[in-house]
Design a protein around this ligand. Structure first.
Ligand SMILES: C[S@@+](CC[C@H](N)C(=O)[O-])C[C@H]1O[C@@H](n2cnc3c(N)ncnc32)[C@H](O)[C@@H]1O
Ligand SMILES: Nc1nc2[nH]cc(C(=O)O)c2c(=O)[nH]1
Ligand code: SF4
Ligand SMILES: [Mg+2]
Length: 210
């Protein structure tokens, strides 16, 4: 299996319950809910994406012909430190590419494995942390995990629809864009009245790291 990776970099996880933790981010190219092209955004299922996931031309990106090769690049990006090894597979949609061979290889290298997924594809076995971020207009197939992180507001994806799903954490994350500040205030009000839900801020954007 050849993996197409947009970018590979080390930073702090900015969002959700693992926020503040050092991680290698492996951003796979491609998504099933948007082509990634601006001219397609308005007619795509997911219209608010904040990420460039087209191609393999980002920092540390490329095509990796085997799991062992991508794993070696992840290890190199992390560095020699053996404590707290953590890799976040994201994208684009990581579950289009993440497979058992890659999971086995990075586990053998001592990493805990997290995914950031839109939930339209069932997660493979063996992941250590599953973050699902449902998108209005798509079918949610991955209905359990460690955290559910709903970008808010979305017409057609009310928090109510997800409150009872089997996740340890339920987050509302302000939709970034021209209305980010209003969206944040809406979430603050919502969480005050709906205690299962908590506010997730994109802290990496606040401090200017990737
Ligand atoms: C770029 S996505 C990639 C992973 C996967 N495709 C997904 O949607 O979960 C990573 C995270 O960023 C969130 N996100 C994307 N665009 C956003 C925006 N404009 N504002 C806030 N969060 C956003 C997604 O919901 C997801 O939780
Ligand atoms: N620092 C940082 N944290 C993140 N958490 C989820 C991200 C993503 O794009 O999947 C992300 C990201 O792009 N950067
Ligand atoms: S599903 Fe995720 S990667 Fe795909 S367009 Fe939406 S936010 Fe971006
Ligand atoms: Mg991001």
């Amino acid at each position: 299996m050849t993996y197409a990776v947009k970018e590979l970099f080390k930073t702090l996880q900015g969002e959700g319950a693992q926020a503040g933790r050092a991680a290698v981010f492996c951003r796979f190219a491609g998504c099933n809910l948007w082509s990634g092209r601006e001219e397609d955004r308005e007619r795509s299922i997911c219209q608010f994406c904040d990420t460039d996931f087209i191609g393999t031309d980002g920092i540390g990106g490329g095509k990796f012909a085997h799991a062992a090769m991508l794993c070696a690049a992840i290890e190199k990006t992390w560095g020699p430190e053996t404590r707290g090894r953590f890799v976040v597979f994201t994208g684009g949609e990581p579950l289009l590419q993440l497979d058992a061979a890659l999971i086995e290889a990075v586990h053998a290298a001592g990493f805990q494995i997290a995914v950031e997924t839109n939930g339209t594809i069932e997660a493979p076995a063996g992941l250590d942390w599953i973050c699902v971020s449902p998108k209005a207009g798509s079918e949610l197939k991955q209905r359990y995990g460690n955290e559910l992180k709903l970008v808010y507001p979305q017409v057609g994806a009310d928090p109510d629809q997800f409150t009872d799903l089997a996740f340890d954490h339920h987050w509302l994350q302000p939709m970034d864009g021209p209305r980010r500040q209003e969206n944040t205030a809406l979430i603050a009000a919502y969480c005050l009245d709906n205690p299962p839900w908590r506010l997730s801020l994109q802290t990496h954007k606040m401090i200017g790291i990737p």
